[in-house]
Design a protein around this ligand. Structure first.
Ligand code: ATP
Length: 457
């Protein structure tokens, strides 16, 4: 286990600046549940919007859907979740806690946190299987007939609606369905901040292909997904591709890649890409009695398509973005003395706030008015933040710490004309400060929007 305090600093920043709070905090919290604050909500929205755009808008071969969280219990019986969606669990007779039997060597003992559960001396029971699905009842009568579960993955709605989506979208194989939504798992040991939660969001594609083409599409999806992570600011060098050995795969899978990110607490799964064969459609066809086959008009054949499923976690990817972006740098302050700046180097598309807008002095109405007018224009296009409080250096730092890529300062040269440079003498210019390099340039106010739009594309 790595005990680097980088993770503690990230967790503290998330709370301090409003990315992520503990759920039900004023009541002592609810283990495994998290609330995204103002900045966290924007970060997650940007992440999901980017995935959705990449999966649906930019492709001809995938369409989206938005399924319900509650589904018929029959779905979970047919999919195998009711019988086998379990993790092995052990109880400690000494401290009365429960642990995942396969994670004893990495789980700290609640009574002796410096020790791990496999060495703390507590007496453990034999492992038992524990079903991770949350039970609930549909309707007012809480009996077995009305039992169902909160979905533990979004995937099943896409299998169950396969025929409807195929018909309305008039797609031909290969084609996919994409979905983003909440999933719930009663994890035995939620931990590592949002990494393992009991309520989380997934971004999943079920990609339907001809049975002979499954392996080829598995490789294509691996390349595609790695490129996507790179495009949002997670470099290839921080991702390990695990070719999951047969013994560790679901029995129906003919190949699975796990994409692992190098988090401060260890290298752990962000996404699984699984070649699931025709397992899911076959199960639902048999259990429902409704044909789910695809009819190929060219070959006049009817068959169950095979499926490749890239399944990613929104919360885990958001956490990876935060971990990847977090940095502490030694820089010179306004007076040239050294100070440490905390900065989040988010990709501009992921950044919650795109630009901070600052009048140099708050008691100069002309500066304030110009800065407010720039704010009004830019906020039509993306989230911006107007700030007139405190020294300009402090205002920059506050935006650095939340990853705002641009700072726009309205100063006396805005009113009187630029002193030097290519815009010398020109009025209505501002300084544009770049978060990562901290370099500043002078720009006409009318050029701001197009300039930022290019950077945010
Ligand atoms: P793990 O082995 O870490 O429990 P898994 O292999 O069970 O994950 P999948 O069933 O493949 O996960 O789910 C797909 C994705 O959903 C994961 O890659 C992850 O990003 C996300 N996910 C799964 N469980 C959780 C959880 N408890 N908290 C947050 N995200 C999760």
């Amino acid at each position: 286990m790595k005990t680097d305090n980088r993770m503690e600093k990230i967790v503290a920043l998330c709370k301090r600046r409003g990315f992520i709070f503990q759920s039900s905090e004023i009541y002592g919290g609810l283990n495994g549940a998290w609330d995204y604050g103002p900045l966290g909500a924007e970060l997650k929205r940007n992440l999901k919007a980017d995935w959705w755009r990449a999966m649906t808008q930019l492709r001809d071969d995938i369409v989206g859907m938005d399924g319900s969280i509650l589904m018929s219990r029959a779905v979970w019986q047919a999919s195998g979740h009711e019988a086998t969606f379990t993790d092995p669990m052990v109880d400690c007779k000494t401290c009365k806690s429960r642990f995942r039997a396969d994670q004893l060597a990495t789980t700290p003992c609640p009574q002796k946190p410096s020790k791990l559960v496999n060495t703390c001396g507590g007496e453990l029971t034999e492992p038992r299987q524990f079903n991770l699905m949350f039970k609930t009842y549909v309707g007012p009568v809480e009996d077995e007939r009305n039992l169902t579960y909160l979905r533990p993955e979004t995937a099943q709605a896409m299998f169950v609606q396969f025929k409807n989506v195929l018909e309305v979208s008039r797609k031909k194989l290969p084609f996919g369905i994409a979905q983003i939504g909440k999933a719930f798992r009663n994890e035995i040991n939620p931990r590592n901040f949002t990494f393992r939660s009991r309520e989380f969001e997934q971004m999943e594609v079920e990609f339907f292909v001809r049975p002979t083409e499954g392996k080829v599409w598995l490789e294509k999806w691996l390349a595609d997904r790695l490129a996507w992570y790179e495009s949002i600011g997670i470099p290839r060098s921080k991702i390990t591709v695990l070719d999951v050995p047969e013994a560790d795969r679901a029995f129906y899978s003919q190949g699975t890649y796990d994409l692992l990110y190098e988090f401060p607490f260890g290298t752990e799964e962000l996404e699984g890409i699984a070649y699931r064969t025709d397992y899911d459609l076959k199960q639902h066809q048999e259990a429902s009695g409704k044909p789910l086959e695809y009819f190929d008009e060219e070959t006049r054949e009817k068959f169950l398509p095979h499926v490749v499923e890239p399944s990613a976690g929104v919360d885990r990817t958001a956490l990876a973005l935060l971990c990847q972006a977090y940095d502490e740098e030694e820089v010179a302050d306004d007076k040239g003395a050294k100070e440490t700046r905390v900065v989040l180097h988010f990709h501009p598309r992921m950044a919650p706030i795109k630009a901070g807008i600052f009048p140099l002095l708050k008691n100069k109405p002309e500066l304030v008015e110009k800065a407010r007018s720039i704010t009004a224009t830019l906020r039509q296009h993306f989230p911006v933040f107007y700030d007139e409080a405190g020294a300009i250096g402090r205002r920059y730092r506050r935006q650095d710490e939340i990853g705002t890529p641009f700072g726009i300062t309205v100063d006396f040269e805005t009113l009187e004309g630029a002193k030097d440079g290519p815009l010398a003498g020109q009025k209505d210019t501002v300084t544009l400060r770049h978060r990562d390099s901290m370099k500043q340039e002078r720009l006409a106010i009318t050029d701001l929007l197009p300039r930022l739009q290019v950077a945010l594309a």
